[in-house]
Design a protein. Structure first.
Length: 370
């Protein structure tokens, strides 16, 4: 059996929606974009934020930081164990990235780790709901940020629809940035969205993302072209109608994995709790220290059986060559370094069949016990 690591959940409805936009001639930003902004804002925040759709997640976080007035003298706390774009967006402002370590248990940033690295120059905290798993103490982090006059930004690139205590992530404080890249839980291509809590930040954002125009051909600030198109929005609006169903399929696949793998002592499995909705952008496993077989040996033997895996992420950000060139110390975040050496991900996408999950899990057990 040969299994794909990922397949996009695109069907005839998405193709039809794109054709309708092409036939209409309204292919730039228009009604489909406004529809998606309103629908997603209502879904995440019950209308309490201000949404703007843009052409990539990187643009979303970049301009969010600009709208929040992050400057070169400022420090922004970022988890070390995530995709590099989170930190890069801070560097686009020429601000200093302060890396916080993550937990070995859920791979997320915590208030405890944030407090270790905060300084008088800290202006913002970026939390990442990694792999679709909400940061458990996000409410406490939000309260801490408010009391210390810090901006809190949620990186929700991998966690559309995830919840903690029945509240959707992306709705906890000042701004949140979502990705709708092809591999995400909603696959629409290369674009993103920002939700702002304060109207003044939203208005600042609107200027920056459209050439700094306060009205047509009147430019009051330096801006970019970060607009998205009606074509992308048409795909999104169909995908959005399926989001909860697609997330549930991921969750069911994860539950089946956990059920089959529950007695494999060398593996740390993702935790599924009643008060948290983990939407499993990735199903990540950790090979425990002192195990008789390594992460890389497991992956190699799975590949021989037609089972692909992935490593998210093979290097903590502070060890990437660019950040090493900025004089970051070699081992400032030991948990992140440990995870990078021992974590790997199994296929989890919605179209993965029950028999395929079982095939993957049972082969993994055979490899561990051989």
């Amino acid at each position: 059996m040969n299994i794909a690591f990922f397949k996009p959940s695109i069907w005839e409805e998405e193709i039809k929606a794109v054709n309708q936009v092409l036939s209409s001639g309204m292919i730039v930003e228009w009604e489909e974009v406004k529809k998606l902004e309103n629908n997603f804002n209502n879904y995440i925040t019950n209308w309490s934020y201000h949404p703007i759709a843009v052409n990539s997640w990187t643009a979303a976080l970049d301009v969010a930081l600009k709208a929040l007035d992050i400057w070169p003298a400022d420090e922004v706390i970022v988890p070390d164990f995530t995709f590099i774009a989170t930190a890069n967006a801070v560097r686009f402002q020429w601000a200093k990235v302060i890396f916080a370590d993550v937990s070995k248990s859920d791979y997320n940033i915590s208030l405890e780790e944030i407090k270790k690295v905060i300084t008088p120059n800290t202006k913002a905290i970026v939390v990442v709901h990694l792999f679709g798993n909400p940061v458990r103490d996000i409410a406490q982090i939000a309260d801490f940020a408010q009391k210390n006059n810090l901006y809190l930004i949620e990186d929700v690139a991998q966690a559309h629809g995830a919840q903690i205590n029945w509240k959707k992530v992306g709705s906890f404080w000042d701004a949140s940035a979502f990705s709708f890249y092809a591999t995400k839980n909603m696959a629409t291509g290369e674009w993103g969205m920002v939700l702002f809590k304060a109207k003044k930040h939203y208005e600042r954002w609107k200027l920056i993302y459209n050439h700094g125009q306060s009205q047509k051909y009147l430019h009051t600030t330096l801006g970019h072209n970060f607009r998205m198109t009606n074509i992308q929005a048409a795909i999104w609006n169909i995908q959005f109608s399926k989001l909860d169903k697609l997330n549930n399929q991921r969750i069911q696949n994860a539950k089946l994995y956990n059920q089959i793998l529950s007695h494999q002592d060398i593996l740390q499995l993702p935790t599924i709790n009643e008060d948290v909705v983990h939407v499993f952008h990735q199903y990540a496993l950790l090979v425990k220290p002192g195990s008789h077989i390594s992460r890389d040996e497991i992956r190699e033997q799975l590949q021989q059986k037609g089972i692909p895996t992935a490593i998210h992420y093979p290097l903590p950000i502070h060890k990437q060559p660019y950040y090493q060139s900025l004089w970051y110390e070699e081992d400032i975040c030991p948990n992140s370094s440990y995870l990078a050496q021992n974590i790997f991900s199994l296929p989890i996408y919605p179209g993965l069949k029950k028999e395929e999950v079982e095939y993957i899990a049972h082969n993994l057990i055979d490899i561990i016990n051989s």
